[in-house]
Design a protein. Structure first.
Length: 118
């Protein structure tokens, strides 16, 4: 999310979709949930930065591996409460099983096609 603060009526908020592979409903739910948690806990916005956020030490680094991301999601008790424990439990089980299956079964055609791109 980003606030485009022009200090007038043109000030607006942008939601930058993280990936075309993401579930848009889960993105919407977690974005709204995070915003509600920020309001509930009266969190302050940090001052605007310049340059890539990946290079800015004020921002926590996001996980780069699926298992690390799932562990971080599981340990976020506030978001877990917001989304519901049953949803989180089922989602984590499904994604961990999916990640394990895909890790062990990447077809050679996919490796040949995408390995050089990433």
């Amino acid at each position: 999310m980003r606030i485009k603060a022009s200090k007038d009526q043109a000030t607006h908020m942008e939601v930058r979709v993280p990936s075309a592979l993401s579930n848009p409903y889960l993105v919407a739910a977690t974005t709204i949930g995070a915003g509600l948690l920020g309001l509930k806990h009266e969190r302050e916005l940090i001052p605007a930065g310049s340059g890539p956020k990946e290079d800015d030490p004020r921002y926590a680094k996001l996980p780069t591996e699926i298992y690390d991301a799932l562990d971080a999601f599981e340990s976020d008790m506030a978001l877990r409460e917001m989304l519901g424990d049953e949803f989180v439990r089922v989602y984590l089980a499904m994604k961990r099983q999916e990640a394990s299956r895909l890790r062990d079964e990447i077809p050679q055609a996919e490796t040949n096609e995408y390995f050089e791109l990433y």
